[in-house]
Design a protein around this ligand. Structure first.
Ligand code: SF4
Length: 413
């Protein structure tokens, strides 16, 4: 490997890290009119990404790989062994220096560190742990640290990572075991899930100990997350939703991130030639929100998919579900339980809570709902209020559907 200076390494290793979505603030775009560096720009600069801290603050992280060299050959990965890319490698000390220097200049509030596998899984994990250890113990670094762990590494090393990091994660990579076997033959679902289970147990145990002993050590207090690649194999959205639900249930995950497969140079013939529509990734995030915040059971979210198991791209999954199960509507805003109000397309969790609070004092009319929501035209076809009941076709024009689907609006006939 040719000698590279720190800036050249940073260029390579920050670029190589951009494929990992698991610390990104998804769906953001450059807003600056000229160079993307204006106030509020989401394009913060080389190697810097935005993420959300456990308290909800948006924070900037230095997002890099320790190295983009790898002994594995996962077909979908630009850093795989057989890929013809420029390679670079930071030492643990270099990452520590870079993090501290960016932090002192107020460029970042933390570090997201991942790595290709060099030497062995244990050696790589040791290097990752060393970065976090040195930041915390040698430099008293109080910023946010997210470490990506290596599934095959010794559980003790993964445990050490969790003792230094705020968040830890392991990518499950593909939604199905068969997809993983085909596209990442050196990885197994068993080893990935085994590591996740160990981290989940440690998070629960230390959180429990912390309740009783203030001085108990903390283990990844911001929890664990994972990422799934969408569109690299034949898994349907229904498969992906079920897998995500299973991961949330089994390993107490904070987040599952979905990353639309992006074609890479000199790609293996087993990969699709095109990336899936970005809207597919977006619909999966919306499905995820239905499970996490809108009290939908995984099977209910999956039921919003079409006969091929795919989420509709033209409408969001909540509306798709409402149209499929139109017998559940309209919902009476003055009587319906919270979980039914949450199913009304166009009503968010905050609007629902405002409705529940307001209806304690009076019976709500359509005008009242209009004051509590941002778009009354979206929600009124699905609601009954004291002076409003949608009737058959008269409300069709208001339904938030694209034009070709307008015929479906015999919703309340
Ligand atoms: S182990 Fe990670 S870095 Fe290596 S080829 Fe697979 S996905 Fe890429």
């Amino acid at each position: 490997m040719a000698q590279l200076d720190t800036r050249a390494k940073l260029e390579i290793l920050a670029d190589a890290a951009k494929y990992d979505a698991s610390c990104a603030s998804s769906g953001t775009v450059k807003r600056s009119s000229r160079d993307g560096k204006g106030i509020g720009s989401t394009d913060a600069g080389m190697g810097i990404c935005h993420a959300y801290a456990p308290d909800g603050r948006c924070i900037s992280l230095l997002k890099i790989l320790l190295t983009n060299s790898c002994i594995f050959d996962c077909h979908y990965c630009i850093n795989r062994k057989s890929s013809n890319v420029r390679r670079a490698r930071f030492t643990a000390e270099e990452v520590v220096r870079l993090t501290l220097s960016f932090y002192r200049r107020n460029y970042i509030e933390g570090l997201f560190l991942s790595s290709g596998i060099i030497g062995s899984s244990n050696y790589t994990m040791e290097q990752i742990v060393e970065v976090a250890r040195s930041l915390r113990e040698d430099h008293d670094f109080r910023g946010y640290i997210h470490l990506k762990t290596i599934p095959d590494a010794d559980p003790e090393l993964i445990h050490q990572a969790g003792m230094f990091a705020d968040r830890i994660s392991i990518n499950v990579e593909l939604p199905t075991a068969s997809g993983l076997k085909r596209l990442a033959p050196e990885k197994t679902q068993e080893s990935i899930e085994g590591a996740m289970a160990g981290m989940s147990d440690a998070i629960i145990d230390t959180a429990d100990a912390k309740k009783h002993y203030k001085s108990a050590p903390r283990f990844a207090p911001a929890g664990q997350s994972t990422q799934m690649i969408v569109g690299a194999d034949a898994a349907t959205d229904r498969d992906i939703v079920s897998r995500a639900a299973n991961l949330y249930g089994s390993f107490n995950l904070k987040r599952v991130y979905y990353s639309a497969f992006s074609p890479i140079p000199d790609a293996s013939a087993v990969l699709p030639l095109q990336r899936p529509p970005l809207m597919r990734e977006h619909r999966l995030y919306q499905s995820d929100w239905l499970m996490r915040f809108y009290e939908y059971q995984p099977g209910e979210v999956a039921a919003a998919a079409d006969d091929n198991g795919m989420m509709r791209l033209d409408i969001d999954p909540k509306l798709a579900w409402a149209l499929k199960f139109r017998g559940c509507f309209p919902v009476d805003v003055n009587k319906a339980p919270r979980e039914m109000l949450l199913r009304v397309p166009g009503l968010g969790t905050r609007a629902v809570d405002k409705i529940l609070a307001a209806r304690r004092g009076r019976t709500l009319s359509l005008a009242d709902i209009g004051r509590l929501t941002s778009s009354i035209s979206k929600v009124r076809p699905f609601l009954v209020a004291s002076d409003w009941r949608p009737i058959a076709l008269s409300d069709q024009a208001d339904l938030p559907l694209p034009k070709p689907a307008a015929k479906q609006m015999e919703l309340f006939a």
